[in-house]
Design a protein around this ligand. Structure first.
Ligand code: HEM
Length: 495
């Protein structure tokens, strides 16, 4: 029994340092879960840039040298595969059973609809939904309301970006008659609000659900929520909507054509909702908060926003038209781009995992080669390995809005370690074949949100002295981090 629990595994010649951890089979899983970043930092100090640890019966080899990341990211799928791991996770968390070509369909429709020309359409959809949600709560141009509104900044940012993103991707309520557009917009607001409320409950259960350690009561709640989302996002409901994005529609159609049953398609819809809405809202919160806490950054971004509006002859005034913020305009904001990238460096912390399909060797940038066993996992945690490495990003825990700007004002891509230029210097989107296919859309969403906040509202922290909240360490490894607590702010229309 102990043999199969991995208790007798020994390091073989040519293999990375092995650290089985204090508990048979579980290995290091408790410390890993408690604070992944701190644990991996400790392992790195103890073993160096590569080591193998036991986590819940599996052996993971972590690679901490960003100069060697290419070996993992570009390795052939015959040796390092992501599908097995991803399929198990989506089955556990979303109840979805993958089909053949799943990933190919996802990539195909993402390339078509979330990038290039497709993004022009998505930008417009996002724009009109953002304006519907952001301007409604404070009164419309006909109903002037310049009193301050108060909210938690995390709640507000997540709420608006989640709901607008959901409506842009999954479609709007179809107006019952040509004159009932306002009524349809109201339904959109109510329905998306309800979805967000339930989503946040699932969101909070998610880390423990993914690790398979939910207590029975919470497990039942997760089951209830899953069924609720399958129902709320069902393909039958979807087919009654207007403006469904090509991304969602095409993926649904492909599955239908390949004979997937409706109930399984519904589950896939929930997976798409999760992947598309779980990260951008929290990132929007951090971006806005960092700007509010760094007046020089806020001023630089505000200047850029005003310049872009002026170039397109748009002015926001009381009773005037809403602004039309296009994809083209969003391509002219290098300072905001840098602020977004800097925010993601500080708060996006995925673990990238691959299954080892056959015995293989990994050659590191220093020339050393290590043997890796079939059945193990290889993993990267770029946050510790590169995002907060002071050699790559000096003063790494400080937000510097211009960190990713060249002196000429362009995008900076030169970052070094050990005198060598790094290809992987910031990895909020992961890398290689599983790299986030929504990254261009997500970046756009963040920029649109900040752009509209700066254009339409005055806003400030309720207590300007309040410190930036800590990161909730329970969520390391899943993408965008969330704060341990919210921070109150107030906002009002500027015009
Ligand atoms: C700030 C926002 C976002 C962050 C930080 C983020 C980050 C990530 C990361 C780290 C991965 C996994 C990469 C890997 O395992 O190598 C991922 C996967 C994914 N993301 Fe995003 N994402 C964001 C927004 C979005 C949006 C807006 C969409 C869709 C509209 C999206 C769709 C997806 C999908 C479908 C996958 C799975 C990809 C696959 O299996 O190949 N993401 N994202």
């Amino acid at each position: 029994g102990l043999y199969f629990l991995g208790a007798f595994r020994q390091r073989r010649p040519g293999e990375p340092p092995l650290d089985r951890g204090p508990i048979p089979w579980l290995g290091h899983v408790l410390e890993f879960r408690r604070d992944t970043a701190m644990f991996l930092e400790r392992m790195k100090r103890k073993h160096g840039d590569i080591f193998t640890i036991q986590l819940g019966g599996l052996y993971f080899t972590f690679l901490m040298d960003p100069l060697s990341f290419g070996m993992v990211v570009k390795e052939a799928r015959a040796k390092l595969d992501f599908t097995k791991f991803a399929q198990q996770l989506v089955q556990k968390v979303f109840g979805y059973h993958s089909m053949e070509n799943d990933h190919k369909f996802l990539q195909m429709s993402s390339n078509k609809h979330l990038m290039g020309d497709g993004l022009v359409v998505m930008t417009q959809a996002m724009m009109s939904n953002l304006q519907n949600l952001m301007l409604h709560s404070v009164g419309t141009k006909h109903d002037r309301n310049k009193t301050w509104n108060e909210d938690g900044l995390f709640n507000y940012s997540y709420n608006i970006v989640f709901r607008a993103g959901y409506l842009a991707l999954f479609g709007n309520e179809t107006p019952k008659s040509p004159g009932s557009l306002e009524k349809a917009k109201e339904v959109d607001r109510e329905e998306s609000q309800e979805l967000f409320r339930e989503f946040r409950k699932y969101d909070q259960l998610f880390p423990n659900l993914a690790y398979g350690v939910l207590p029975p009561g919470e497990k039942r709640e997760a089951e209830r929520l899953k069924r609720l989302f399958w129902n709320m996002l069902s393909v039958q409901k979807m087919k009654t909507k207007d403006n469904i994005s090509g991304w969602v529609r095409e993926q649904q159609q492909l599955r239908e054509e390949h004979g997937m049953e409706d109930f399984m398609q519904n589950r896939y819809m929930f997976l798409l909702l999760w992947a598309s809405q779980g990260n951008t809202g929290p990132a929007a919160f951090w971006l806005l908060l960092y700007l509010m806490k760094h007046p020089e950054a806020m001023k630089a971004v505000q200047g850029e926003v005003e310049e872009v509006l002026k170039e397109t002859d748009q002015e926001v005034k009381h009773g005037g038209p809403l602004i039309d913020l296009t994809r083209d305009m969003l391509l002219k904001t290098p300072i905001l781009d840098s602020a977004v990238e800097e925010t993601l460096r500080l708060i996006a912390a995925p673990v990238l995992t691959r299954a080892v399909l056959q015995d293989m060797s990994l050659r590191m940038s220093d020339g050393n080669e290590y043997r890796i066993r079939e059945g193990d996992r290889v993993a990267l945690f770029p946050y510790t390995a590169v995002h907060i490495d002071p050699e790559v990003h000096p003063d790494p825990l400080t937000f510097k809005y211009d960190r990713f700007l060249t002196p000429e004002g362009g995008k900076k891509t030169d970052f070094y370690k050990g005198g060598k230029k790094l290809k992987y210097y910031n990895m909020p989107w992961g890398a290689g074949i599983t790299m986030c296919p929504g990254r261009f859309f997500a970046t756009n969403e963040l920029k649109q949100f900040v752009f509209l906040m700066l254009t339409y509202f005055d806003f400030e922290l309720k207590n300007p002295e309040e410190k930036i909240p800590d990161i909730d360490i329970k969520r390391w490894g899943f993408g965008s981090m969330q704060p341990t607590k919210d921070i109150q702010f107030r906002y009002r229309l500027r015009f």
